[in-house]
Design a protein around this ligand. Structure first.
Ligand code: PLP
Length: 339
């Protein structure tokens, strides 16, 4: 792939050579099959199309300086995929089958793993949906598991840049005891009105608040929220957010760096006292937040005066990406090599 302009790769879909599929039928999973087609043949009455029985995962493979391909905490994605499947009454993909599928699809598409130093990586997208034909509302008896990969460029091409966020109270992404804790496509569909409204207003993304009291911070669009104050890493506890593996890792790294960590409810007004704020997830790792606008009282909370990310956020960002690309030691055993 010498001809590829890795440094200018967008964060989007690009065709690769192969993907992996398997079908669950008559109570068991079929073999993992390799396909070179980008298309699936799906029954028009599949529950995934009608009733939203669909979940997914997202993880990345990174090329190290040593030419070895690294996967970051894939077991956590496998576990979350099982949790999400159970949450939507779908046939879960066993962890060992998940492992085999992702390692196989990476190996088959090795030439698409962007080189070290490009800031790019190979994004891996496992998905699972109800593929059985049903018209009544009930779980499907048949499921399709697909894993494809696509090389993605660095989220911040010009270096990490703080973004503006908008608090939205007239759209809920998820409710407590709803499906917010599962990585379900339906949650994204539910969040689009808010995301589009925020983008139209010139904001990078939306901040959802809890849907009961509309008082506490839930999530930042498709990423978790965190804040830094007095050498403390603070992130919301909520029944309606998706537990981010990036956030889990940052909590651990913050602890390693001698910071205190707290997972608790965060009232919107508390934003006034935070030194740094950010969104975290696999795509960007950390998106530092410059400003948050709350339209309810016309208030702007500012976290970066000079347009630069805060020092603690940068330290966490460098530490985590350093582990992912193999530039830093991996004391927690988060990396698995793909041979
Ligand atoms: C995937 C996702 C995240 C980020 O999770 P990571 O495991 O860090 O990638 C956060 N919020 C939502 C709603 C998500 O779907």
């Amino acid at each position: 792939m010498e001809h590829m302009d890795w440094k200018n790769l967008p964060f989007g879909y690009m065709k690769t050579d192969y993907n992996i599929r398997s079908v669950y039928r008559n109570g068991k999973w079929g073999p993992l099959e390799i396909s070179d087609s980008e298309y699936l043949s799906v029954h028009m009455a599949a529950t995934g199309l009608h009733y939203g029985q669909e979940i997914f995962e997202g993880l990345k493979a990174y090329m190290g300086k040593d030419g070895r391909i690294r996967l970051f905490r894939w077991e956590e994605n496998a576990k979350r995929f099982i949790k999400s499947a159970k949450g939507l009454i779908m046939a879960p993909v066993p962890q060992e089958m998940f492992r085999e599928a992702i390692f196989k699809v990476i190996s088959l598409n090795k030439k698409y793993v962007p080189p070290y130093g490009s800031g790019a990586s190979l994004y891996i997208r496992p998905l699972l949906f109800g593929s059985g034909a049903e018209v009544g509302v009930k779980p499907s008896g048949e499921y399709m598991f697909v894993v494809f990969v696509t090389p993605v460029g660095p989220y911040f091409r010009e270096g990490v840049k703080p973004v503006d966020m908008l608090i939205i109270r007239d759209v809920d992404r998820a409710a407590p005891k709803g499906t917010g804790t599962f990585k379900a496509g339906g949650n994204y569909a539910a969040s689009l009105r808010a995301i589009v409204a925020a983008r139209d207003g010139g904001y990078a993304n939306v901040i959802f608040v809890d849907s009961v009291e509309r008082k506490y911070i839930d999530e930042c669009g498709p990423a978790n929220f965190f804040a830094i104050k007095n050498n403390k890493y603070i992130t919301p506890a909520s029944e309606s957010i998706l537990e981010s593996i990036t956030n889990m890792s940052l909590l651990t790294l913050a602890g390693d760096m001698g910071m205190e960590t707290e997972r608790r409810k965060i009232a919107v007004e508390e934003l006034a006292g935070f030194e740094e704020a950010g969104a975290c997830g696999t795509a960007a790792v950390i998106s530092p937040i410059a400003r948050i606008f709350d339209p309810q009282n016309n208030k702007v909370y500012e976290f970066c005066k000079d347009g630069k990310p805060g020092p603690v956020s940068m330290k966490l960002y460098n530490r985590l990406t350093g582990i992912q690309y193999g530039d830093e030691p991996d004391p927690h055993g988060w990396i698995t090599f793909v041979e």
